[in-house]
Design a protein around this ligand. Structure first.
Ligand code: GLU
Length: 399
């Protein structure tokens, strides 16, 4: 993923005529924090990479996942700098993570891990320095613990130091659904530009966590865009009649799992990775990085890919997609809804305000619609892909 992200940046910078020295400088992170956290006698590698603060404080999530490593965090931090710039936010880019499988920890141990993480990084965090948020396997509860520990450590209140907080702790309306909602906004804008918005189109989606669930929920406003397949770590389910994600028997709390959706009960799941090859017009990638790679790119049957995860398509796979005329709505645009509402949460905290969900969604809509239109225009004007256009626009702002 790091190689892919750097390839996109190098290519964009060369097209814009920048020299190699400038290019190498923009790839370099401004600071990297690498440490260990001890919980219940075990030690876990922890990271925060602060990539670029040219446009504002570092911004980006913290993930708890066994696959976390320094190169992954570097890649994700880099993508954050380009994402905030691509959509015109007054923020920089950073990312954090702990190499841990949170399912192997008790709730008290997860809290301990979150608190030790915030305590260690406290000198480097703050509403004017670096503003972390949730990412894979982290949520409002975990962020609330981090804010509490951070405020205790620095000895002052600073609610704008983290985003993705719970509503009672200074969180924003609309934040939980924001990444999924943003994916729909970008897709709809793209379909409008192609004259496809009223056409009946089918959608298959990889990953059914928070992001995927809310994408599917918001997509219901467009009945001609029919969700027909979803997957998770256990399997892939297809129902050509359509899948209504609000019809579910939720037994586990939180958002439903595919097995709990009424429209999928009794349907035998396919192997998990078969989702990539499902026959649908639109493939939404809402799981993890490197999901469409050289070895499976030929299975893709969709003509449009929406990247809700960060870095789900490798640069090698993208060459094949380009050759076949398969359009990719790139992560730094399609999944920017989360960080856009994070920015709105931060602004509410700094102003001591709490906006309604309608206000937040309207602002999200305006910002992302504008960024998508700009990206489409640049891509048409220069005959480059949407990803190349988004990276160019971001780079122009960063340099
Ligand atoms: N983790 C999300 C992302 O990758 C959100 C980051 C944020 O809100 O700061 O964009």
């Amino acid at each position: 993923m790091l190689a892919t992200a750097q390839t996109h940046i190098r290519e964009a910078a060369r097209r814009l005529g920048h020299d190699e020295k400038t290019i190498e400088a923009i790839l370099e992170a401004e600071a990297e924090h690498i440490f260990e956290i001890e919980v219940a006698g075990k030690s876990y590698p922890a990271y925060r990479v602060q990539h670029n603060s040219k446009l504002g404080p570092y911004k980006g999530g913290i993930r708890f996942h066994p696959g976390v490593n320094i190169d992954e965090v570097r890649a994700l931090a880099t993508l954050m700098s380009f994402k905030t710039a691509a959509v015109g936010l007054p923020l920089g880019g950073g990312k954090g993570g702990v190499a841990v499988d949170p399912r192997e920890l008790s709730p008290a141990e997860v809290e301990e891990l979150a608190r030790r993480y915030a305590q260690h990084l406290a000198p480097h965090i703050g509403s004017d320095k670096d503003i972390p948020a949730p990412d894979v396997n982290t949520n409002a509860e975990i962020i609330d613990w981090m804010v509490d520990e951070f405020e205790k450590t620095v000895g002052k209140a600073d609610k704008g130091s983290f985003t993705g907080k719970s509503m009672t702790n200074g969180g924003s309306e609309g934040r939980a659904a924001a990444t999924g909602r943003g994916g729909v906004i970008t897709l709809v804008e793209y379909l409008k530009s192609q004259g496809l918005i009223d056409k009946p189109l089918t959608v298959a989606m990889q990953g059914f966590g928070n992001v995927g669930y809310y994408f599917a929920q918001v997509l219901k406003a467009y009945p001609n865009l029919k969700l027909i397949a979803v997957n998770n770590s256990k399997g892939a389910w297809v129902n050509p009649e359509g899948i209504d994600v609000e019809k579910a028997e939720v037994t586990t709390g939180g958002t439903p799992r595919p097995e709990e959706l009424t429209d999928l009960v009794g349907i035998e799941p396919l192997p998990r990775d078969d989702i990539i090859g499902v026959k649908a017009d639109i493939l939404v990638l809402a799981a993890l990085e490197d999901s469409v790679v050289e070895s499976n790119v030929d299975q893709v049957k969709a003509s449009i890919i929406v990247e809700l995860a960060n870095g789900p398509t490798s640069s090698a796979a993208e060459e094949t997609l380009d050759t076949k005329g398969i359009v990719v709505l790139p992560d730094i645009l399609a999944n920017a809804g989360g960080v856009i509402v994070s920015c709105l949460e931060w602004q509410q905290n700094l102003a001591g305000e709490h906006w309604t969900e309608e206000e937040v969604n309207a602002k999200l809509n305006d910002l992302l619609e504008k960024a998508t239109k700009e990206t489409i225009a640049r891509s048409l004007e220069k005959k480059i892909s949407l990803r190349q256009a988004a990276f160019e626009l971001a780079l122009e702002r960063l340099l």
